[in-house]
Design a protein around this ligand. Structure first.
Ligand SMILES: [Zn+2]
Ligand SMILES: [Zn+2]
Length: 330
């Protein structure tokens, strides 16, 4: 099962967050039918969002959204994570597969693109406006982009390691991430040792294949720094979406009644695919037609004015897109 570890080193001056996300990245890759390069980008982003949630969020209901949008063929990758250990995410073009780089690693930077931006959004539920900050991409390799974001936007020096390793059959064999942060008061000797430890460390997923994550933290990355583990047992992680049948039906409200009747006529219903998790839901004709009873539309142009149980889309006395004054029946 996927899990997350939190700890400290160097007398509390180095913060450590690490995750073994093998199972949840495997599930995400399967759900989206992702090729290896796109799957690695998605897996790194999902893992990065989970690590970020533990350094940026305070309340259990808060979420962090991590999005990388570059000029590569992937067309963007996004993940949404929270302190409850759940994460969901997708890549716009999950079929992207590129030749490996000269060092044998998957070309995630080539898939994401080297020019573009990284955006981090903190949502505070149920109150408070989301807080977004963005920055130019550093490399498109995800880990470097997150580390640069934390250094520039949060002014916290951080080392970020992320990896996804595919087995010979194309299955996710190892996936994980480590985030090491120097807190105010960290002394130079500790930072020098940390830097040397990180430099001497193998690629994360290579190391994860030979030793448990907690051993890698204690004996290698935080070697000589008095690593203290705070999470025993480890915190469970899971790929989890918040989509459901009601939201799937709501998605059809964006189509006009005529378009919905055509779906019923031509397809016998409608399939709604959740872009976050890939879940497919079949909506029967009677449920599609139930939408019409909840809608008030412009008699002239058909623009949706109001839907039952939803916030009002237009106000009384505003003008519709066609120029007709809006009249709501109550
Ligand atoms: Zn979903
Ligand atoms: Zn109108």
């Amino acid at each position: 099962m996927a899990f997350l570890l939190r700890g400290m080193a160097a007398d509390g001056s180095i913060r450590v967050v690490a995750a073994d996300t093998t199972d949840l990245v495997g599930e995400a890759v399967a759900r989206h039918g992702a090729a290896r390069t796109a799957g690695a980008a998605l897996g790194r982003t999902l893992t990065g969002a989970l690590l970020l949630s533990h350094v940026l969020l305070k309340n259990p209901q808060d979420r962090v959204t991590l999005r990388l949008r570059g000029d590569g063929p992937l067309g963007g990758v996004i993940a949404d994570a929270g302190l409850d250990g759940t994460v969901r995410g997708y890549a716009h073009n999950p079929e992207v597969e590129l030749p490996p780089r000269s060092d044998g690693k998957l070309d995630v930077g080539g898939a994401v693109g080297h020019t573009g931006d990284i955006e981090v959004i903190r949502s505070h539920a149920p109150y408070g406006d989301p807080y977004a900050s963005n920055l130019e991409l550093a490399t498109g390799e995800v880990a470097e982009d997150i580390a640069t974001f934390l250094a520039v936007s949060e002014q916290v020096a951080s080392a970020v390691l992320l990896g996804v390793y595919f087995g010979p059959g194309g299955e996710v064999e190892r996936a994980g991430g480590v985030l090491l942060q120097a807190l105010p008061g960290a002394d130079d000797a500790a930072l020098d040792l940390l830097e040397a430890n990180v430099k001497a460390f193998e690629p994360l997923t290579t190391a994860m294949r030979r030793a448990p994550l907690v051993d890698l933290l204690r004996d290698e990355l935080c070697w000589g720094m008095g690593f203290e583990l705070f999470t025993d047992p480890a915190l469970p992680l899971a790929f989890a979406c918040r989509c459901n049948d009601t939201k799937a039906l709501d998605a059809l409200a964006y189509f006009t009644p005529e378009e919905r009747e055509r779906m019923i006529r031509e397809d016998g219903g409608a399939e709604v695919v959740c872009h976050w998790c890939g879940e497919r839901r079949w909506i029967e004709p009677e449920r599609i037609r139930s939408l019409a009873a909840e809608e008030i539309r412009c008699p002239d142009c058909g623009t949706l004015w109001y839907r039952d149980a939803q916030t009002t889309m237009v106000r009384e006395d505003e003008l519709c897109a066609c120029g007709r004054p809006v009249e709501l029946p109550y």
